[in-house]
Design a protein around this ligand. Structure first.
Ligand SMILES: CC(=O)SCCNC(=O)CCNC(=O)[C@H](O)C(C)(C)COP(=O)(O)OP(=O)(O)OC[C@H]1O[C@@H](n2cnc3c(N)ncnc32)[C@H](O)[C@@H]1OP(=O)(O)O
Ligand SMILES: CC(C)C(=O)C(=O)O
Ligand SMILES: [Mg+2]
Length: 571
């Protein structure tokens, strides 16, 4: 029987579902994003206004420089009428010539004459600048916050626009590229016909045309619906706006329901030309939409985001320093753990995927860094954002043979045969179960060394001499340590392993080799070899490992290692 869920007892009846949009012929669901939208970073405004401790001058400058380095060309740098600090920061950017010629700064203001004047004054001397004006248009805000009807609400926007134009003419004659952005705040809760009416009235004032665009930013100020609803709203606006070719439709999602990314992406499918957000999703409450995730999502689809994320840890460092807030370990693309597999089946698939990639690239004669990326569980190549494979596989109690053998291969070039991988991973598992937590490469090597290389079993290999008879019989004399004493043992057989086993039989150690694998560890004069022996000793199947400059010595050490394994298992 299916388990029966119980009523939560929480007062969910207080909430109403968000109404769907009547747009039966919507086109966005069957579209694909094929090019980067225009980006605006509002880290220095919406992000900054929501910080526990707003950024000081130094931090703001560091953030601005980072955004410029990454390639953002539209940057909202503050709310200059809010405080002297914000005003001075904008002045500082302009007066110190810090703004590259191809970067357009913008500043936000309420639709109040005195604030608009001060806002425009902050921009004097800028080559490229946008004034961004907002007023809330949603019914609840008209009623509760402003106490106005629709007409009075529209008048705030229109008069605000008029003031922006008048003050721009008065103060910004030298500004070569002056832009205007209008936001009907709480757009998502505003009746669509009214949002359109206000935007049209603002446009009538601004008069967009060739060479004179207007940015109409349609914010999901507080995200309240599934992202398909936002997409419908954007498509409806995009279709119904007049002078559309001179309008840049911009989306500004917040992340209250955790679907800000989806809202932005669907908004772009629905016709938005531009996206406003913050690095790692800082901003009011749950934050603005995250520009890093959006950009990297495009990248992972083979679309150039036109933003450089190649040193994601440096981006994260600067953002954490400026905001004084941490980026979560599981944050998409930038978190500490997002390129890491802990669980056995994931590790196994990643290990095989990386090996297959190398193989396929070599077969195709293409450098692996240029070969199409397809590795299970890793949506992108971590190297492309400055991460290495060190962190890709990490071991804890959830890990299996794939993970531990990957680490041995990565750190020590040991390519363990499959059954030895299983043998070793059981040993590691015993430790992780007992001790808990994560085991790093050093700890895994320690366990491997203790288990297979410690040379503390009943017989230790020291040296050997050999000769081959004319009939092909291999004869060996080996110096071994037995119970603290050095002894010479001798034996013969078709090859070194069988001859050594024959010699061991002479001191009552019976070994039957079942499988044997060897490989070189490095090239050149100090070449080292690894040998792996699977043996039947006293009715037990055990593995032994030997490392030496000489491949024969490595294989004889591996036999002694297997004897040690059997001895410990018996003990
Ligand atoms: C969704 C967003 O992120 S919007 C951006 C929000 N950011 C900020 O508010 C940060 C900067 N703001 C500030 O520093 C201050 O709010 C200031 C300097 C702009 C204004 O300060 P004050 O004059 O003290 O007003 P206060 O902060 O109380 O704002 C509320 C007033 O502004 C009015 N108001 C709010 N938004 C707008 C707007 N877009 N256009 C016109 N008036 C507005 C309200 O109706 C209210 O008016 P009232 O006092 O007559 O009732
Ligand atoms: C000022 C506007 C654009 C805003 O930040 C919002 O509505 O979220
Ligand atoms: Mg906002």
């Amino acid at each position: 029987m299916v388990p029966q869920q119980q009523p939560s007892g929480m007062p969910f009846q207080r909430y109403r579902p968000f109404p769907a949009i009547d747009l039966a012929d919507r086109t966005w669901p069957s579209k694909t994003i094929t090019a980067a939208p225009r980006w605006l970073s509002t880290d220095l405004r919406d992000g900054n206004q929501a910080l526990i401790e707003p950024m000081d001058h130094e931090r703001k400058r560091e953030m601005f420089d980072l955004l410029v380095r990454m390639g953002y060309k539209e940057i909202e740098v503050g709310f200059p009428a809010a405080s002297q600090t914000d005003f001075d920061f904008v002045r500082g950017l302009i007066e110190t010539g810090r703004i590259p010629a191809d970067v357009q700064i913008s500043v936000l203001t309420q639709a109040r004459e005195d604030l608009i004047e001060r806002t425009v004054q902050s921009l004097v001397g800028a080559e490229r600048a946008t004034v961004h004006l907002y007023n809330a248009t949603a019914p609840e805000f008209r009623r509760v916050v402003f106490g106005v009807d629709r007409d009075a609400c529209k008048a705030i926007a229109v008069e605000g626009t008029r003031h922006v134009m008048r003050f721009a003419e008065q103060y910004l004659g030298d500004t070569a590229h002056f832009g205007y952005e209008y936001s009907p705040e709480i757009f998502i809760d505003t009746e669509l016909d009214f949002a359109l009416e206000v935007c049209e009235a603002v446009m009538d004032e601004w008069r967009p045309g060739p060479g004179r665009e207007i940015i109409l930013n349609l914010p999901a100020t507080v995200e309240r619906a599934t992202p398909n609803v936002y997409a419908d709203q954007i498509e409806w606006m995009s279709r119904n706006l007049t002078r559309r070719e001179f309008v840049c439709v911009s989306v500004h999602p917040h992340n209250d329901r955790g679907s800000g990314i989806a809202a932005a992406e669907l908004g772009v499918l629905a016709g938005a030309d531009r996206v406003e957000g913050c690095l790692f999703g800082h901003g009011e409450r749950t934050g603005n939409v995250d520009l890093v995730t959006l950009g990297m999502n495009l990248y992972s689809q083979g679309v150039d985001p036109q933003i450089d994320f190649s040193d994601i840890d440096e981006i994260r460092r600067v953002v954490e320093h400026c905001t004084q807030l941490p980026v979560a370990p599981r944050h998409p693309y930038g978190g500490d753990l997002v390129y890491t597999a802990f669980s056995g089946s994931h590790q196994d698939a990643v290990k095989k995927g990386l090996a297959a990639l190398e193989r396929d690239a070599a077969e195709a004669g293409v450098p692996v860094a240029e070969y199409p990326w397809r590795v299970p569980y890793l949506p992108i190549d971590p190297k492309e954002v400055g991460r290495d494979y060190e962190a890709v596989i990490r071991v804890n109690s959830q890990s299996g043979k794939g993970g531990v053998s990957y680490i041995l291969q990565r750190d020590h070039a040991l390519d363990l045969p499959r059954r030895l991988q299983i043998d070793f991973s059981h040993k590691v598992q015993a430790y992780t179960d007992a001790e808990g937590g994560e085991f790093d490469g050093e700890r895994i090597w320690e366990i491997f060394t203790d288990a297979y290389l410690a040379d503390n079993g009943p017989v230790g290999f020291l040296a050997h001499r050999s000769q081959t008879d004319s009939d092909g019989t291999y004869r060996i004399a080996a110096d071994v340590r037995v119970q603290g004493e050095i002894r010479e043992i001798t034996g013969s057989g078709p090859g070194p392993l069988s001859a050594f086993c024959d010699a061991l039989a002479g001191i009552d150690i019976k070994v039957r080799v079942v499988d044997y694998v060897e490989h070189a560890l490095s090239e050149g004069s100090d070449a080292r070899a690894a040998a792996y022996v699977e043996a039947d000793i006293d009715g037990r199947t055990v593995w032994g490992v030997g490392l030496n400059h000489n491949i024969t010595a490595a294989s004889l050490k591996a036999v002694c290692s297997a004897v040690g394994q059997a001895h410990r298992a018996k003990g």
